[in-house]
Design a protein. Sequence first.
Length: 503
Amino acid sequence: MICLSLTERRLEDNLEVAKAQADHADCCELRADFLEPEELASLDRFPRLLGKPCILTLRRRCDGGLFDGTDAERAAIFRRCARSGFRWFDFELDFRAELPVRTGAETGPEKGPRIIRSHHNTTGMDSDLTAIARYLSENENEIPKIAVTPRSTAELFALLDLAAELGSRLKTREKILLGMGEWGFPTRVLPLRFGSSVSYCTAGPVRAAPGHVPPKELDLLYRVRAQSGGTRVYGIIGNPVMHSRSPFIHNAGFAELGLDAVYVPFLTDDPALFLDRAEELGVEGLSVTVPHKRAVISRLDGSGPGVEKVGACNTVVRGDGGWTGYNYDVAGFLEPLKRIWESTGRKHRKAVVLGAGGAARAAAYALVTEGLEVIVLNRTLEKARALARDIGCRAARLDDEGIDEARSYTELVVQTTSAGMHPREELDPFAPYDFTGDETVYEIIYAPRETRLVRRAEKAGCRVIYGEEMLLEQAYLQFEKFIGRSYPREDLPKYDRILQRLV
Ligand code: NAP
């Protein structure tokens, strides 16, 4: 179930939000601790007006909520609402209120609410989570709920261990297990994998808990309601990773082809551990992004062409022989250029590559393999030199002198530094160079679509290749490797329209 947490200050506004999101949520949680105090008097009419199963929650500040009253005041509010049609009451581990509550077997709102017995930790993971889980699940008429905040890959997998423990002990009994924040995000989009019957979300700007996304995102992008025990899981590992556009591309492809598969952003600080345990999450393939493209290579059981030479891997696939790594940045980078070469009948002979990071390595390798003469300019000269040695090209520092040295190479300018990327949009790593209009400028940053450097190039009349073209091309290749079918690119609206449609 997708549960929409309602965090407006007035009941009427909460009803509006619920109505607008009706198609994307199965039930609601009224966060009564967010309400204006005078609204509490009318709480009991809310479930009838809502017309959907509803949880009543009055979260205390110490548990991450806004309720400042006493436990006695809270108990009085719950008692008053006991017969008003709320399907569930959320009670913390230590909270007791004498109420006529529903037992597991009874159904129907007239039977009174069922208790969700919850434990929250908004700053970390408790060391005694297993013991807490046991307390929470003592009363078999109650639904145990644990919402904690993992802060690493290891802690995300500790939650998975807890899910396995709860699963073997509580069997089919309903339970809710959530990881808050970015590290816990997989628990929200893969609730079944964590044995959870509910995934919570918030529609408005005031999030009920860290890590909440809008219901449309859970429903349309991650298709949480359509997932089964056999859903194939793919994703991206990186740090940071939540800004990644890849979930939009891959999930739109899965949806279009009607596949029971989902693509998830996994914030990861330990790629080796992630690969070791990925199978337990059902993960069959991953995109790899900054800063793990190089580190992941040592954990591979095999690799495709270019990975060793480029020294970076952006795709891993799990097979019988373990993990095999590929670098689709190389082919993804070349694809838009090849289109230009074909349409103009003229191939560039020389190129300047700005930057010497992972993306620069893929770009320089691709260009040298295609027979171009390349000079790499980088802020840190040693890195440019190392790249040039590995790949077979020239190197210079990214400064006035280096730019002068590169002037005869500028028929193709490839920008691969992160300077100019959101949020440092004011940066232009090639600022001393004045475009003449004859250059082809390939900017691989895709957020924003038009960097400062690109705007200058456009103004001078240069042909421009935008970062999203490479992003899409390498994603299409990954998609094909993941599922063995071509990406349905013709059937889908363009990538920016996919974004608008889903969020
Ligand atoms: P990386 O390995 O961290 O390398 C970053 C590069 O940027 C280094 O060469 C670094 O120079 C340079 N740099 C950073 N800040 C700079 C500044 N203020 N001035 C000049 N140079 C600066 O990152 P990466 O993996 O290569 O990714 C780089 C960019 O490419 C990112 O924006 C990423 O999103 C984008 N990318 C796009 C695609 C796509 O499909 N379109 C694919 C991959 C990457 P130093 O060596 O001196 O630190």
